[in-house]
Design a binder for this molecule. Structure first.
Ligand SMILES: [Zn+2]
Length: 323
């Protein structure tokens, strides 16, 4: 006779074996309360703490370098996750780091270096600020993007057009992005004043974070352009200069890299080889898959985390483990 209990135990062991060979790398951006989040990149500090509380109870949180060591020997602990943060926002220092320290959780911060020590916002945060600034946008605005006249339909629901505009700026040089945004603000009749709470790390904040052995810094290029569209030499400059800049500030070797925008349409196999040739040990992407011992070290997939309580977070995490 078949014993249902033994079947359940067998299934549970098989599930554990599957889960045990997988790990989910989580990808956060801002840890900041936001009124309207056009790009779904802000997690409110209270929700972030709920995520950490949940992880503390149910999962083991590893550092990225620790994960690499375990991947090499094919030994992934059961129910393990890695925490990463992209872009280098000061709110990571002010809001995320104290909570990570409270829960004693390791994390890696991938930093884009161009806005360090400035009050400037990334262009996508500038676009989000514009979306928040006006109740009624002009129906149409004309902008010149890469030499072409583009008509932007804004009006009463500008969000889809503004998201599209952000995508058109993925490959542009920083100066072109800045000019374009200034022009857009001017045509919409809004004053262009960056918000201090959206600024990037200062060198001092970077240095202070890096002193804690729980935390690692990783490179995320100089100007956060889509690497695939750039000549290889420009890609090399973006990758290597961000590494050197961070190493100079924290006085430690930078081992890990994350591709800007992260999905496969923003890098190529040549980019991956270039990252390796620049002396990195791993590179992270963005997607919805868990990592296993067969995952390529220069294509480690991460799950982007949006705002929400522990319930929706835990569901998304479980889905990724089973993907
Ligand atoms: Zn990024």
């Amino acid at each position: 006779m078949v014993n249902p209990k033994s079947i359940c135990e067998k299934l549970d062991r098989r599930l554990s074996a599957v889960l045990g060979s997988r790990i989910v790398i989580l990808n956060y951006h801002h840890v900041l309360a936001s009124r309207q989040d056009l790009f779904n990149i802000c997690v409110a500090p209270k929700n972030f703490e709920a995520h950490l509380e949940f992880l503390k109870r149910r999962y083991r949180v590893l550092g990225l370098s620790e994960l690499l060591g375990l991947l090499k020997i094919g030994k992934i602990p059961h129910r393990a996750v890695v925490l990463t943060f992209d872009d280098g926002y000061s709110d990571n220092y002010l809001n995320a780091v104290p909570l990570l320290e409270k829960y004693r959780m390791p994390a890696t911060f991938f930093v884009t270096t161009q806005h360090l020590d400035t009050l400037e916002e990334f262009w996508w945060d500038g676009i989000q600020r514009l979306a928040l600034s006006l109740k009624k946008f002009p129906e149409k605005v004309h902008l010149e993007i890469s030499g072409e006249d583009c008509e932007l339909a804004l009006g009463s629901s500008p969000e889809p057009t503004l998201r599209l505009l952000s995508q058109k700026m993925y490959s542009l040089e920083e100066e072109s992005r800045r000019r374009l945004l200034q022009e857009l603000f001017r045509k919409c009749g809004v004053r262009d004043e960056p918000r201090a709470e959206y600024r990037c790390f200062s060198s001092e904040e970077l240095f202070l974070i890096s002193k804690n052995p729980l935390f690692e810094m990783g490179a995320h290029t100089v100007s956060h352009r889509s690497l695939k569209s750039l000549p290889l030499e420009t890609q090399r400059m973006e990758i290597l200069a961000s590494k050197k800049c961070l190493e100079e500030i924290i006085q430690k070797t930078i081992r890990h890299f994350a591709y800007p925008f992260g999905t496969p349409e923003h890098y190529t196999p040549e980019t991956q080889r270039l990252v390796q040739a620049c002396g990195f040990k791993s590179a992270c992407t963005v997607g919805s898959s868990a990592v296993n011992p067969d995952s390529p070290l220069f294509g480690l997939c991460r799950l982007a985390v949006g705002d929400g309580p522990a319930t929706s977070f835990s569901q998304k995490l479980a889905e990724c483990f089973h993907s």
